[in-house]
Design a protein around this ligand. Structure first.
Ligand SMILES: [Zn+2]
Length: 182
């Protein structure tokens, strides 16, 4: 790829994105949200509060929403360190989580590392009747399998399917309700 092609791709992408931003800003204006450039209408602090909120959202179009706030902060000559100050710190996240709770994934998957960590970690020990003995009772007493006990214990690994199912059930029943589910 030569410089000209790269420049063309970049310019076209920025132009497309700018159109999306303009549409978003017009739609906000129609909803009565305007005046970001006027500190009497929109305080500096509220702009920071807004972008902080939008950085945690996941709705379609949120990249464009975030970009609009970046544009405003840039135009108003906000120091970039202002954003750093708005990001939730680890302690702030922790303070949002009630005592006795943790932030954990909603599902166990290979992708989040759970499969590697948990597969083979758990086993059930069951007692099995020795079939070697029952087929040849004459050998009772010196059975190679059970040593004459007539039964022996066997470890059965808990399957990945069951590990996931147990976790899913616990999360379903015990996790704090989310805003959407409430
Ligand atoms: Zn036996």
């Amino acid at each position: 790829m030569n410089i000209t092609t790269e420049t063309k791709i970049n310019n076209e992408a920025v132009d497309r994105f700018a159109i999306r931003m303009k549409e978003t800003l017009i739609s906000a204006q129609l909803k009565g949200r305007s005046g970001w450039y006027d500190p009497d209408v929109c305080s500096r602090q509220s702009l920071l509060d807004q972008i902080r909120k939008y950085l945690l959202k996941s709705n379609p179009g949120n990249w464009v929403d975030i970009a609009c706030f970046c544009m405003m902060l840039h135009e108003l000559s906000f120091s970039e360190s202002a954003l750093e100050a708005t990001a939730y710190s680890k302690n702030e996240y922790n303070s949002l989580i009630p005592e006795g709770y943790v932030l954990a994934p909603s599902e166990l998957t290979a992708e989040n590392g759970a499969k590697y960590l948990l597969l083979g970690e758990f086993a059930e020990t069951t007692t099995v009747t020795c079939t070697a003995c029952s087929y040849n009772l004459a050998e009772e007493g010196d059975c190679e399998v059970c040593g004459g006990e007539g039964e022996y214990s066997q470890d059965v690994a808990v399957s990945w399917t069951n590990i996931k199912a147990i976790y899913r059930k616990a999360i379903e029943e015990l996790a704090l309700p989310t805003e959407a589910a409430a």
